[in-house]
Design a protein around this ligand. Sequence first.
Ligand code: AMP
Length: 614
Amino acid sequence: MTIQPPRTLPELFLQAIERHDRPDLMRYKAGGDWAKIPAREFREEVELAAHGLIDLGIQAGDRIALLSENRPGWALADLATLSVGAWVVPIYTSLPPDEVQYILEDSGARACVVSTAPQLAKVLEVRDRCPSLSWVISLEPVDREEERLLTARQLVERGREARASRPAAVDERRAGIQPEETATILYTSGTTGRPKGVMLSHRNLVTNTIDALESLEITPSDLHLSWLPLSHSFERTAGYYIMLHAGVSIAYAESIEKVVDNMREVRATVTLGAPRLYEKMYAAVLQSASDAGGLKKVIAFWARRVAIEYSEAEVGGKGAGPWLKLKRGLADRLVFSKIRDRVGGSIRFFVSGSAPLAPVIMKFFYAAGMPILEGYGLTETSPVVSVNTFEHMKFGTVGKPIRNVEARIEPDPERPEGDGEILIRGPNVMQGYYGLPEKTAEVITSDGWFRTGDVGIIDAEGFLAITDRKKDLIKTSGGKYIAPQPIENELKTSRYVTQAVVVGNKRKYASVLIVPNFDNLAAWARQQGLPADAPGALIAQPQVEDLYEEVLAKVNADRPSYGTIKKFRLLERDFTIDAGELTPTLKVKRGTIEARHSDLIDTMYEEGAPAGTR
Ligand code: AMP
């Protein structure tokens, strides 16, 4: 008998468990060890929790919010909600109470599932202001009595009793779900303005899961480490639904800080990351080599050069010749194998998305035997649009569009290079913004093309490259356009730069705010015999300023003179999610940063302003 492909997420889940009856569907750290959850046990929990939700009065089409870090309970709450035809509304745990309240109110959530005591406290604080919120369900035991507050355990027990009297209740609900019905509302952590609720249907998510998996070589022998927030569409589709569908075991990382350790402990074969993960790993490798000094340093930097040469020859070039292969083999023994061991020795590949990754980092990891496949997507496109694959790979691009997804570029007279806004069409394009039909009409054309707001170009072979963000384009007072992202990315490849934000809209020229990589900068300062303790004192050193002038000069060297960065200022601390400077997926919020540093920015445009910090 041939099995029909799944049409809804609950179908996808049930089929996955039938096909891949894993003893380790999920892994999580408990009491210092990695515990495993067998597939059938998990399915039973989902079933019981779904019965419990029906017993609480949850109807098809109700919204259930989910405020939790990545953990098995996230998937449990998600699948139970979907199984009763309700919609899942994930909320980032990093959001403050007023933003949690906004999402609960805007979505009209009937229930909210929370993970830990601090998350529970947030919801209880705003509960009175959310009239539709009937139930709060805690994944962990609670030590307080509240009306209409129950634990997941209690929900499951309630479900067990309910199932005894109405065994078919969940099956009936599941059978009633149509693929075109909404499955989830994802509030985009936009870099500007109030979040908008992106409505994705079962069809959106299921087709994107199946179509994206066509491009990725993932098999049941893989093990995925999940750490990017599941509340974001990238991890949700690619790190969860795709992994379920492909029969892959998912290990939940303890925290962002523990990602590399956890990768090693579980011997992950794949993980998804925002560029920051790879940037940090890359900077750490170079820094430890520099710290070691002497021959080690020479070898590491030689290995980096070999890596770049080798990758350029192998990907899109003529292929590495015997001499280059020999050098790569040596570099592998001396350097790359050690980096692989640091992450457990089993990584087959990484996937990067959600922001641009510098090609030099990709080349380095490619030669080190852990290719980073860069992809591109948006919450509104469920999210995968395109991805590099082993077969079709080109550095500096985000790959070719996946099956069933069309991309085209809208010509733009202001962009002489031939790039323009990227438009997307396919079964992955969202239903619309929740309660905002005008906003939806602004971004989806009458013939179904979605306007991404990103700027890019499609080359002769069909590879898509992102060149900019439409609204990020800087126009100087001289009328010249400058794309900030490529400059920022290049700056970030310096091991002395953690973050860079180019500014200069309506100003005479472009300038940049730089957050130094303080670990690496302090190490450098120590070598120079400079005081290296406090970041503030460090960036005030004239030698430090000279260092950054050099970094900037390298970036400026290849640019037309109107597009060079004329001034820079160093910032004393990194951007954070808590300060509202980064989105929960670690994207820089330009508006907030520019507003917060407006005085400092002004100093770069005063008469006779110095180039650097002095
Ligand atoms: P989100 O809806 O939070 O996933 O954000 C989507 C946005 O992330 C896109 O519109 C792009 O601006 C950006 N983005 C995603 N992937 C990439 C990539 N590989 N390179 C550059 N920008 C990306």
